[in-house]
Design a protein around this ligand. Structure first.
Ligand SMILES: C[S@@+](CC[C@H](N)C(=O)[O-])C[C@H]1O[C@@H](n2cnc3c(N)ncnc32)[C@H](O)[C@@H]1O
Length: 280
């Protein structure tokens, strides 16, 4: 079956192009407030940031089918010496939007991960109590559910075609709340200046929480990692991204050339919609 991939260039505070209960899974990584490397001073204050997450959570609840899953990859953020409890606040926001808090997975990056502030160095300079600041190698993956899923609603042949590979599940320890995954390496061309998550993250989530032929939503699409993996796994996708200049990168990542809407082998379709009326 050909898959369909829609990119909406606009603000995901509203998802007006998406019908109620038409999405089967949401997986995304929102900006981490004013993260020093990636989003320096993007928001005026923390309240403005939380208000955006709140609107996105409400729209996600509206567009998701009953019983389905919403996943956020997010982390607490240290900005100018103050730590903002983004994971706790986002959890509350999703609960208030109607979701049930289902699980929290910790993503651990490799020990040599470079792109963190080396706060622990303070202890080397001042080897005394009270100078302790650990380096952070962890992010959270928080999982929410909209009511109860009816397992019987999925036809037998769809269940079979979407079967999870148990060897992969066991060998790569998907069964634990600790996921060891390598981050996107600095210098990766398509992810330059975009705080992209590794393909492995949407790969696991899409495999574990959606069936073939269903639709996966990413309201902060970035370089389009979720859309690309959705396509690889035979799912449809919808991405929302505020920066129009990322369309080209997203197209390339998913596998559609600049002027190409169809892909020959499977007749997969790509469509970009600009809120200003332009359709490409
Ligand atoms: C952390 S990045 C997502 C990276 C993505 N997971 C990937 O693998 O490339 C967050 C993205 O959200 C976009 N963004 C920020 N605010 C937005 C909003 N209100 N609506 C839609 N996109 C937004 C940013 O431009 C950025 O590309």
């Amino acid at each position: 079956m050909p898959t369909h991939h829609k990119l909406i260039i606009g603000n995901s505070e509203s998802m007006k192009e998406i019908e109620d209960e038409s999405v089967h899974l949401m997986v995304t990584s929102p900006p981490y407030f004013n993260a020093p490397f990636d989003y320096k001073e993007l928001y005026d204050d923390y309240e403005q940031y939380l208000a955006i997450l709140e609107k996105m959570a409400k729209e996600t609840y509206r567009t998701l089918q009953k019983g389905r899953i919403a996943v956020l990859n997010i982390d607490d953020m240290l900005v100018k010496g103050e730590k903002f409890p983004i994971v706790a606040d986002a959890t509350k926001i999703f609960q208030n939007a109607g979701f049930r808090y289902r699980d929290r997975i910790i993503w651990k990056k490799p020990d040599g991960y470079l792109r963190i502030s080396r706060r622990s160095g303070v202890m080397l300079q001042h080897p005394f109590p009270m100078y302790y600041y650990p380096d952070n190698l962890l992010e959270s993956i928080i999982i929410f559910q909209k009511g109860k899923f009816v397992y019987k609603s999925i036809p037998q042949e769809v269940r079979e075609s979407s079967k999870v590979n148990i060897k992969e599940f066991q060998d790569n320890r998907w069964y634990m709340t600790l996921w060891n995954m390598t981050n996107v390496l600095p210098g990766s061309r398509l992810e330059k200046d975009i705080a992209a998550f590794p393909k492995e993250l949407p790969y696991r989530i899409i495999t574990l929480f959606s069936y073939k032929g269903e639709t996966v939503l990413d309201p902060f699409a970035g370089s389009g990692t979720t859309l690309k993996i959705a396509r690889d796994l035979g799912r449809n996708s919808i991405g929302i991204e505020i920066k129009g200049e990322l369309e080209e990168i997203i197209r390339e990542k998913i596998g559609f050339g600049t002027d190409q809407s169809f892909l020959d082998d499977n007749n997969d379709i790509f469509e970009a919609i600009y809120r200003n009326g332009e359709i490409t």
